[in-house]
Design a protein around this ligand. Structure first.
Ligand SMILES: Nc1nc2c(ncn2[C@@H]2O[C@H](COP(=O)(O)OP(=O)(O)OP(=O)(O)O)[C@@H](O)[C@H]2O)c(=O)[nH]1
Ligand SMILES: [Mg+2]
Ligand SMILES: [Zn+2]
Length: 305
């Protein structure tokens, strides 16, 4: 029988990856076979190709939690695995897209992953409108940490959520400062960051998800910035799509399978009308519901079991 080893994927860029073995050695690896999807954070079983000093990933061990997005055919694709917290990073600049932020929060809550908003570049000052949006998240129970990778303020609060053993993934729009935060929190990792970024119009933009160990025993995953994020259809809670306030209101709807769109006696719509649910959040819900239906249709009818 072939001798196999297990390790953790600490960087993944398409089919190229870096695996750290139990002993600490880091080796280049690639999946064995087309069908295998391997992402940063995965625990994997590999075979060592001694001649090429390369690992062949034979199997991905069961993921405890993962963030899944949907591809255009409506199929689920993992983005990062085995994370315990999602850090959704935003900044005064680039201007925040709260619809993208909502989708990350929905994916996290449906997957049972804790989520925290991180307002980076706080020293630039957030506009009135965006600041008002943040108070909505606050009332929903999402804490926002205000920090600056530039000045160093607020980083202790961020370290505070990176408890020993936790694995936190930084996600968000390109340019909000995810990698800059990693540089601050894992200063020794600086050189490695240089390898995985490419110059784009004079900016460093991250192209591969990468896991960094922090001093206190937590790990931080940096990921490439996005323009949009479509959570995987089957990863979302069917009734609420992961919207905390919808989950709370839905038991009051007349129909148990209410989609909260046009159904009569919908408690969610009633709450929007009298201001108990934030109108923009509801608009965000409606957009995600429509996307959810498009992606479900793209997947075709459910296979009979
Ligand atoms: N003023 C200010 N600028 C910052 C701060 N943090 C990061 N920046 C700048 O914002 C720009 C983008 O930072 P990155 O860390 O590369 O952003 P990113 O989120 O990793 O971007 P992608 O890898 O493209 O997703 C850089 O020019 C940073 O110097 C901050 O706290 N304040
Ligand atoms: Mg980056
Ligand atoms: Zn309803």
């Amino acid at each position: 029988m072939q001798q196999t080893v297990t390790g953790q994927v600490i960087a993944a860029f398409g089919r190229h990856m870096l695996v750290r073995l139990a002993g600490g050695a880091e080796l280049r690896a690639r999946p064995f076979g087309r069908a295998l999807t391997v992402v940063c954070g995965d625990q994997v079983r590999c075979h060592l190709d001694a001649r090429h000093e390369e690992l062949h990933v034979l199997e991905v061990l069961a993921r405890r939690h993962a963030l899944y997005r949907s591809n255009l055919r409506g199929a689920a694709e993992p983005v990062v695995a085995n994370l315990t917290r999602l850090l959704v990073v935003l900044a005064p600049l680039p201007l925040p897209d709260f619809f993208v932020i909502d989708r990350y929060l929905c994916a996290a809550s449906s997957a049972g992953i804790a989520a925290t908003l991180v307002l980076n570049k706080a020293e630039l000052g957030l506009g009135e409108q965006a600041a008002a949006e943040l108070t909505v998240y606050d009332s929903l129970g999402y804490a926002t940490l205000h920090c600056s990778a530039e000045t160093g303020t607020g980083l202790d609060a961020l370290r505070g959520v990176l408890t020993p053993g936790s694995v936190a993934a930084l996600v968000g729009q390109s340019g909000v400062g995810k990698s800059s935060l990693v540089r601050r929190l894992a200063p020794d990792a600086q050189i490695e960051i240089g390898e995985l970024v490419r110059e784009e119009e004079g900016r460093h933009t991250t192209t591969a998800a990468r896991l960094y160990d922090l001093e206190g025993g937590a790990a931080l995953i940096d990921s490439p910035g996005v323009r949009d994020f479509a959570p995987a259809v089957e990863a979302l809670d069917e009734r609420s799509l992961g919207f905390a306030e919808v989950e709370q209101l839905a038991p009051g709807c007349r129909f148990a399978d209410c989609r909260h769109m046009r159904e009569p006696a919908c408690a969610v719509r009633a709450a929007v009308e009298d201001g108990r649910m934030h109108a923009r959040r509801y608009e965000s819900y409606r957009r995600l519901r429509r996307l959810h239906e498009e992606l479900s249709a793209a997947r075709g009818p459910k296979k009979a079991r």
